[in-house]
Every structure is written in structure tokens, then in C-alpha cells.
Design a binder for this molecule. Sequence first.
Ligand code: ADP
Ligand code: ZN
Length: 304
Amino acid sequence: MHMRVAGIELGGTKTLVVAGTEGRIEQRIRFPTTSPHETLAQVSAALREFDAISRIMAVGIASFGPIRVDPRAADYGTILATPKPGWSGADVVGPARIRQDLPINIDTDVNAAALAEHRLGAAQGCANVIYLTIGTGLGGGILVEGIPVHGVLHPEVGHIRTRRAAGDAFAGNCPFHKDCIEGLISGPALAARFGCDPATCGPDDARWVQVARDLAELLAILILTHSPQRIVIGGGVAIGQPAILEQAGRILPDLLAGYLGDFDTARSKATLVLPKLMEDAGPIGAMLLASAGEGCTPVHGKLT
Ligand code: ADP
Ligand code: ZN
């Protein structure tokens, strides 16, 4: 049966609500993410509108984190401590339940995007997949055997501390850790590091080599820990500056120093790819979560 579902991507700056079947978006509404009260009221209204067009059978939520994704936890679907004003402790599942019997499934925006790229995008046929976004923040979703990783919470790749380049004195701008990788190469970190809007720096600017080196440190850690066959890298910084990805791909085999056998430049290039679904990866991932059912791990197989 082809079930009609809704997907919500709750992002740091914008929110997207979509509806459709089999991972195909048929309706979409987009608005800025403001206060939890205002934003979640708009989410409920969009879901009611889509439900009135044709009945929605399940909802998936792809949310910014940190968020409780364990369905057995008392605070399931609640945003944990975040610097985002007003959002700590916000329940994002409640406002989405527009009918008592409506199943809801939730994961991080990046785990959902990884799921979408795995099923329908740039990581098809790969068992272990990582989806990174380098934008306002730096986030990472991880699939092992096609299943999103949960555990003590969920992966928080952006807050890994990487080895710093010799002579690099930038303090970093993460409010929690200063020079974690998000504090070094997210869009706002680059603005602080460069002293200008990173979008104004051309592809040949020498500073991108330093950024690529920092990214390559993260990629080496992720490859050594999770053995992903593909790392899909999206977000405004990665898409706006393709030179970063290209250079990181060249540096990576040197960092691995021959340890993974044939992980040469060609293999590196094939592993690091841009998203195929682009900005629809999150909302399509949310629809895939909906199809899996409330609190269910999405598993391989036919979409319903
Ligand atoms: P979000 O992470 O909020 O979903 P984006 O993925 O669009 O949003 O990322 C926004 C960030 O990307 C901003 O910090 C912006 O400075 C940065 N950015 C946008 N375009 C470019 C570009 N061409 N080069 C470098 N950075 C860019
Ligand atoms: Zn951090």
C-alpha cells in the first residue's frame, strides 16, 4: 500500500513541512524557524492543511538537535540544552499530533538526510553512510547497515575536536567547546576566522586550504571509526565552496598514510560526494521516518 505521509524538517533557520507518498513530495510549505510557540503552531496548521487535501497516515520529524530520539524516554521528542533561544525543553512531537491516532517518528535532521540519500540519493547501495552538513552549524548523521545510529543520544559529529594545524591560532567559536570542528569551519566560525562573509572569498583563496585540512581531519576520524562507503556533504559552505571538498579529498589519503590499503585519491573522490537530493534530503528523510512507524527504526525494504 502506498501510504500518504507528512514530513517536517525543523531546521535552525527554516522549517519545511511536506506531504506525499513513497518519498515523493506533493505539497510543501516553508517558513522561518522563530520561537517554538510560533513555529510549532505553523507546523500544526500546515499538517492540518495537508490532511484536509488527503488524509495523512503518519508523520516524520527531522529536527535540529540535540533532541531525545529514544521512544522509551519520558522526554521523547524534546529538544535538550541548546544555545538557540527559547528552544531548550521544547516538545516538538506534541504539536505535530494533529489527531490522537496519528503515528509520529522522529530523528535528527542529519540522520534523516542520511536516510534519504541512502534510499533515493547519492548513497544508494552503500551500507554505511555519513551525511554531513556544513552550514550555520556542522552536523552529521550516521547510518550503519542502513540504520540511523542512536545510543546515549545520537551522533554529534560537529562537536568532535580535531587535530589543529601547526600555527593556527584561531580560538574557535563554539559556545560549548570553542575549537571543536563546528567552532572551526561552520559558516559563522569562518566569518569570525576570516573577518568577512565567507561567501565573498573566491575559490582560489589560500584560506580554503586550511579549512580543507581541518575538514580532512574530521573525515579521517569518521572513516577510521565508521568505515562509511560514502560521505555525503551538504550545507551552504560545502555547496557554496566546492574547492573545500576537492582539496579535503586530496589531503585525506595523506592523513590515512596508506593504512586503509587502497584508499587513494580516486577512492577518496568517490567517497566524498555532494547531496543528490539537495535541500529535499531532510524533508524526504522525514517522510521515510513516517513510513517506518512510530518509534520504529527504518529498515531496508520497500517503501509503503
Ligand atoms: P542552515 O545551516 O541554517 O540550514 P545553510 O546550509 O544554507 O543553512 O548554511 C548557511 C551558512 O552557509 C551561512 O553561515 C553562510 O555564511 C554560509 N554560506 C552560504 N553560501 C556560502 C558560500 N558561497 N561560501 C561560503 N559560505 C557560504
Ligand atoms: Zn562544540
